[in-house]
Design a protein around this ligand. Structure first.
Ligand code: BES
Ligand code: ZN
Ligand code: ZN
Length: 473
């Protein structure tokens, strides 16, 4: 027991020691035990948060424990919290990364979405009041710097969750753009560019417009240009922004179709990442690209068998109107590569097949650049957002052969669904180094646990931020 804990223990007549000896406090993952102190004490309660085995302590383990603790602290009505980091088990960790992981866990774990509840009985944990108890001043300085970054990251994830959780009747493409204008209106180094239908027509974005034509809502490609760096070409982050995916004429089944309000989670992740870059004052040039539209089934909707011409001149036969994400991304990718992006990362809730392969445990990563893929895989060890590589074999292009057009938007048989979708996207990135993250598998959380809150997960945000922070030219 640390000195701090011993002091607390003495105040309550050795209760903590007893609870541990009697096997009530186990330290098991997810276990929270709270003990209340006498009313005259300035400290009101002690929370012992289990994080699982401490032998090979990972940042993700601690991030998850912080997530559970956040909700427990909210129940305790704690308004000021001291986290004891003096235990020797923390010694081997980097305290800046530790502070970050904990702040991320607290911030994400305390999230709840109550925008549509008339009465909200959940209690928010205020992150601003967290203090870390450390053994040395150097540790304290490092952990506080980590705390600052972690809070920004958690806020970004929660921003993405808010966007994805908001129902599609409210979060239309128009509303998405309005929120960007609101959030970034006074942000330094940020310029907003909006391509509407008329402009998209001039640019010959037939693939994007084909999807958008079924919807009465406006459709846009939103670009957030962040100029924090010198005169380098920007890194492009491209996110799928289908504000609702009915499947179009190839209509989806009714079961859980409502989840498709989250089909703009890629765009939400890009939006949220751009917000974090502003808050972190990152010294790089980054452009966020968000094609935003609904995919509706209507009298004006595109049909299976239709042929559209993408901005890069390729003709595409629509085999299935539900494979719409790759169509809107195609033109967004062509546009940004032609604008001179130095590297491209795209992020999309693209295929159900991704969940078939990976369950809820990882996003799929594919791309044309082994170095970028390796960098993403390496950073996921820290972020805890698992990325699992799937192949992009040349043969997959043959799966997309069309009798009528240059390429089909998907296969009839669904073989290698995640890979063929990525193969399709690859046709629109030219020679740019490119990575694709299929986040369909981790779009939402089925239940609350750790820092995951039931509902849309804000996934991809942490990977994107981390990539921008680590990426070198
Ligand atoms: N938005 C869906 C993919 C999806 C499914 C995301 C479930 C999250 C959860 C995408 O537009 C889609 O419908 N893809 C089709 C492609 C198929 C028609 C080739 C799919 O996966 O079934
Ligand atoms: Zn679809
Ligand atoms: Zn979709």
């Amino acid at each position: 027991m640390t000195a701090l804990m011993s002091a607390m223990d003495r105040k309550i007549g050795g209760q903590l020691t007893r609870l541990r000896r009697s096997g009530v406090i186990t330290g098991k993952r997810g276990q929270s035990v709270s003990v209340f102190l006498p009313s005259k004490s300035s400290v009101k309660s002690v929370l012992v948060q289990g994080a699982g085995p401490s032998r090979k302590l990972t940042y993700e383990q601690l991030r998850r424990a912080a997530g559970v603790a956040a909700r427990e602290l909210a129940v305790l009505r704690a308004d000021a919290v001291t986290v004891d980091l003096t235990d020797p088990m923390f010694r081997k960790l980097d305290f800046a990364l530790l502070g970050r992981a904990l702040a991320e866990g607290f911030g994400m774990g305390a999230y709840h979405f109550a925008a549509y509840k008339s009465e909200d009985d959940a209690r928010d944990l205020k992150l601003g009041t967290i203090v870390f108890g450390c053994s040395t001043q150097a540790q304290a300085d490092a952990v506080n710097e980590g705390l600052r970054v972690g809070q920004i990251v958690a806020t970004a994830v929660n921003t993405a969750r808010d966007l994805s959780n908001t129902p599609a009747n409210d979060l239309t493409p128009e509303e998405f753009v309005a929120r960007a204008k609101e959030v970034f209106k006074s942000a330094k180094n940020m310029t907003i560019e909006v391509i509407d239908r008329a402009k998209a027509k001039k640019l010959k974005m037939g693939a994007f417009l084909g999807v958008a034509q079924g919807s009465d809502s406006e459709a846009y490609i939103l670009l957030l240009h962040y100029a924090g760096g010198a005169k380098e070409k920007p890194l492009a982050l491209v996110g799928k922004g289908v504000t609702f995916d009915t499947g179009g004429i190839s209509l989806k089944p009714a079961k859980r179709m409502g989840d498709m309000k989250g089909d703009m989670s890629g765009a939400a992740a890009v939006f949220a990442t751009m917000r974090a870059l502003v808050d972190l004052k990152v010294k790089k040039n980054v452009v966020g690209v968000m094609p935003l539209t609904e995919n509706m089934a209507s009298a004006t909707a595109q049909r299976p068998g239709d042929v559209v011409t993408a901005m890069n001149g390729k003709t595409i036969e629509i085999i299935n109107t539900d494979a719409e994400g790759r169509l809107i991304l195609a033109d967004a990718l062509t546009y940004i590569v032609r604008q001179g992006a130095r590297k491209v990362v795209d992020l999309a809730t693209l295929t159900g097949a991704c969940t078939v392969v990976l369950g809820d445990e990882a996003a799929a990563i594919l791309g044309n650049d082994d170095r970028m893929i390796a960098e993403f895989k390496a950073l996921s060890d820290y972020t805890g957002e698992r990325l699992w590589q799937l192949p992009l074999y040349p043969e997959f292009l043959e799966y997309l052969k069309s009798d009528t057009a240059d390429i089909a938007n998907c296969t009839e048989n669904g073989k290698a669904g995640t890979s063929t979708a990525a193969k399709f996207l690859e046709q629109f990135v030219g020679d740019a180094p490119w990575v694709h993250l299929d986040i369909a598998s981790i779009m939402d959380a089925e239940r609350t646990s750790g820092y995951q809150i039931k509902g849309m997960a804000g996934s991809g945000v942490r990977s994107l931020i981390e990539y921008v922070l680590r990426e070198k030219g």
